[in-house]
Design a protein around this ligand. Structure first.
Ligand SMILES: *Cc1c(COP(=O)(O)O)cnc(C)c1O
Length: 377
């Protein structure tokens, strides 16, 4: 992995920082000198290597963003206008916005107070004959209760779509996130573990869906037929312009090749927060104990017992950035207004806060942040 530069003094400790390997610059330069800069051999190679690393016996489809990958998954899951889906209320809007493109009704499930992941008991209360899929997000990088979700999904015969934007490299009971459910989405947006500027990957366990996924990614056209240069290209289903470029894939491959270092660096920082905040009063970490799963350490989220604005101000005075990052989705008007059946979300809404975690940081930086926090606010 490339050298970890010390944070610039004047900037302080920022919340996020993109991770761009030195090799990515070389690889992108090579692509720019080649004949293929759009979707070409690098995209295929990225998909193959991504599958080897994350998708078990499944396959991977590279697209232009994580949101594209989710929309694609929702289409492949057969969802259509008028259907209902159960979704997490606490996530990036990217998880739920594609349902609005499709006219699918979202039913928001509450959070688990310990992890801020989807609350399995609430999923069980919400599910009914109209439910056509369950979506979960592994918040911060800690996998959801997949056995329990799968039991419910099986009973109602609906697919699970995992939003693993925070969770590449996470495992659940020895299984890799990416090989557990029928569909798993990964994001390569600027501040994710692996970045391609913007980009996404959908891992799919049923390989029979791959040809359709490839068509939907490209207007609905069968690309290999089109490349013959003759008319064999009627479009019979509406597709999108969702493909990844070789420029992006070159970046993605470079990060994939140093993924072990990226992941362990992030996990080391998360551990340092755990150690550093042990015994601290008024603050608890989210998702810091789950022996049957590993945390991919994308976010370090804490609950502060009092005065979050004061806590953030105190950190800002010490040049430490903090943020809420995601907001409960029912706060956004497009989703139809605030729900009143989400008591756990209500309880943490004014208390959660995300602390800096990225590969430009050192364990020393985390110790410093923890010492500042322990002085109180
Ligand atoms: C980043 C992210 C996405 C995908 O976002 P894109 O910017 O479209 O790649 C989806 N869900 C969550 C939870 C995310 O954090």
């Amino acid at each position: 992995m490339n050298e970890m530069p010390v944070m610039h003094e004047s900037e302080g400790i920022v919340l996020f920082h993109p991770h761009v390997p030195a090799r990515a610059i070389e690889e992108v330069t090579q692509v720019l000198h080649s004949r293929w800069i759009g979707q070409g051999p690098r995209v295929a190679q990225f998909e193959t290597e991504f599958t080897q690393r994350f998708a078990g016996p499944g396959a991977s489809i590279a697209v232009g963003s994580g949101t594209d990958a989710l929309h694609l998954a929702y289409i492949l899951a057969g969802l259509k206008s008028g259907d209902e889906v159960i979704v997490p209320v606490f996530t990036c809007t990217a998880t739920n916005i594609p349902f609005l493109y499709m006219g699918v009704t979202v039913r928001f499930a509450d959070v688990d107070p310990e992890t801020l992941n989807i609350n399995v008991n609430h999923v069980r209360e919400l599910i009914n004959e109209k439910t056509k899929a369950i979506v979960c997000v592994h918040y911060g990088g800690l996998p959801c209760d997949m056995d329990e979700l799968q039991a419910i999904a099986k009973e109602y015969n609906v697919p699970i779509i995992e939003d693993a934007a925070h969770a590449p490299g996470a495992t659940y009971k020895g299984k890799k996130v990416g090989e557990i459910s029928e569909f798993t989405m990964f994001s390569f947006q600027a501040i994710k573990h692996i970045t391609t500027g913007d980009g996404g990957m959908l891992t799919i366990q049923d390989k029979n869906l791959i040809p359709k996924a490839e068509r939907i990614r490209w207007f609905g056209i069968d690309r290999s037929n089109k490349q013959k240069g003759t008319w064999e290209n009627d479009i019979t289903e509406v597709g999108y312009k969702y493909q990844m470029t070789d420029i992006s894939a070159a970046m993605g491959l470079a990060s994939l090749h140093e993924f072990d270092e990226i992941l362990s660096h992030r996990q080391g920082l998360f551990e340092a927060y755990k150690t550093g905040l042990k015994g601290a009063t008024g603050i608890t970490l989210i998702g810091d104990h789950a022996p049957d799963r590993t945390h991919a350490a994308w976010l370090c989220t804490a609950l502060v017992q009092k005065d979050r604005p004061g806590f953030m101000r105190m950190l800002r005075d010490k040049k430490i950035e903090s943020s809420q990052v995601h907001y409960r989705n029912d706060r956004y008007s497009i989703f139809g207004g605030r729900r009143d059946d989400l008591p756990n979300m209500d309880a943490v809404e004014e208390n959660y806060i995300v602390l800096p975690l990225h590969t430009k940081m050192t364990v020393e930086n985390v110790k410093y942040i923890c010492d500042v926090i322990k002085k109180g606010w």
